[in-house]
Design a protein around this ligand. Structure first.
Ligand code: LLP
Length: 404
């Protein structure tokens, strides 16, 4: 089961308002829905007044079904289909973040056919090697995302947009990568983008009115560790942006951020039931009723988590009790790589115990699949000691739905 603490989510949304939006003029923030999006989450974001970044027709539909105001939706994606663009146009999304020349052209055509003016940002790849797992670094040279900062492709897209009646280019976007604990990569990205802003001004007399710094703030793995403070990221970025704009006599663009993981990861835990405990001479396996189907992040990125045994909070460490033999918490999928925690300091566990894995709110439910035809777990939100079921556990009937 995925369990979310609503107060923690609201505290993060408030931190964004207090330490960013209310601290600096002309700013905005969106929640990156790819980290975790259900209708209820969209409602919480809507109530906070922040915007929402969606990356597919499915995420857009989720937001629309939650009556999320379309003008506060940013539509992302490096390979948007014509159908998705049309859905975005028809629902009047506030911003399209355009990734490539083909997309720009089709967006212009669809907008013209629908008598619509699309507000857009161009996504720029700043050629920064972010300090994170290579699979979640996104702003490096030769990245599949966005327009390279150097070269004609970006200039051509700006020219095209400036001459197109159905495209309103308001500025630029960059995202260096994800799960970052130090703002250094964002700072490097911003420095490169400022050069691009100056070049576009000089060469094309284009004024960047909006600049989106992306997301990327990291999440810690248990509640005893100190969380990343939003301020540590946004204050150096805002300082640099304001200083450089002053030096170059530029209008300071509206600054936008779009964190996902930082808002939701530490608000979530996952609950598993122990199915069996296997004592081998050199290792102990605690096998649970889920695994890589509900959280593929360990297999994909080597993500690290911490767990506790809820049925034995004050007991002894299983490893210590067993002559320091390592304890591995493993999933139930038919793969040796389906390990949830490789060397866990779990307290002694038995069949039937419930284990909680901390800080699993981001990119777990949203990346879950049905491998081995496992059923997707339920989602529950808790607030003031009360639990509310928000997504039902999948049934065999739903699992087979659509098979002809
Ligand atoms: N904006 C853009 C354009 C992005 O590509 C992403 C994430 C975000 C915002 C939000 O990033 P965050 O604040 O959550 O770091 N599945 C991977 C993470 C992939 C992130 C992709 N883009 C994981 O489980 O670690």
């Amino acid at each position: 089961m995925y369990v979310y603490d609503e107060d923690i989510i609201n505290a993060r949304l408030n931190e964004i308002k207090n330490d960013f939006i209310n601290c600096y003029e002309n700013t905005f923030a969106c929640y990156a829905g790819k980290a975790f999006l259900i209708k209820y989450m969209a409602e919480l974001v809507k109530n906070s007044g922040l915007g929402l970044d969606v990356v597919s027709g499915g995420e857009l539909m989720t937001a629309l079904k939650a009556n999320f105001p379309a003008e506060k939706i940013e539509m992302h994606g490096n390979a948007k289909s014509a159908d998705e663009i049309l859905l975005g146009v028809k629902s009047g999304v506030g911003r399209f973040i355009v990734d490539n020349p083909d997309e720009l052209k089709i967006l212009s055509e669809i907008s013209r056919a629908n008598n619509f003016t699309a507000n857009i940002l161009l996504r720029v790849s700043p050629a920064v090697n972010a300090h994170t797992h290579s699979h979640i670094a996104t702003g490096h040279k030769n990245s599949k995302f966005g327009f390279p900062a150097e070269g004609e492709m970006l200039n051509d897209a700006v020219k095209f947009s400036m001459n197109d009646a159905n495209i309103n280019l308001t500025g630029l976007h960059f995202h260096v990568g994800s799960q970052l604990f130090d703002p250094i990569d964002h700072i490097q990205g911003l420095e490169k983008i400022i050069k691009v802003i100056l070049r576009l001004k000089r060469d094309l007399d284009f004024t960047t009115q909006e600049l989106n710094f992306g997301g990327g703030l990291g999440a810690v793995k248990n509640p005893n560790l100190k969380s990343v403070a939003l301020k540590n990221f946004v204050s150096p970025l805002m300082e640099i942006l304001e200083r450089e704009c002053k030096v170059h006599n530029l209008l300071r663009p509206k600054a936008i951020i779009e964190p996902g993981r930082w808002i939701i990861s530490e608000a979530g835990i996952m609950l598993y039931t122990v199915e069996n405990v296997k004592y081998l001479p050199e290792i102990i396996y605690v096998a649970v009723n889920g695994g890589m189907a509900d959280n593929p992040r360990i297999a994909l990125y080597g993500a690290e988590y911490d767990a506790i045994n809820i049925n034995n909070l004050n007991g002894n460490s299983m490893t210590v009790k067993n002559n320091n033999i390592p304890v591995s918490i493993v999933g139930r999928c038919c793969e040796s790589g389906d390990i949830l925690i490789e060397r866990s300091n779990l307290n002694e566990a038995r069949r039937g115990d419930v284990i909680a894995i901390y800080n699993t709110g981001a990119y777990t439910f949203s990346m879950a699949g049905n491998y081995n035809k496992l059923l997707r777990p339920a989602v529950v939100f808790v607030k003031n000691g009360e639990a509310k079921l928000k997504v039902e556990r999948q049934t065999y009937e739903e699992l087979l739905n659509g098979e002809l």
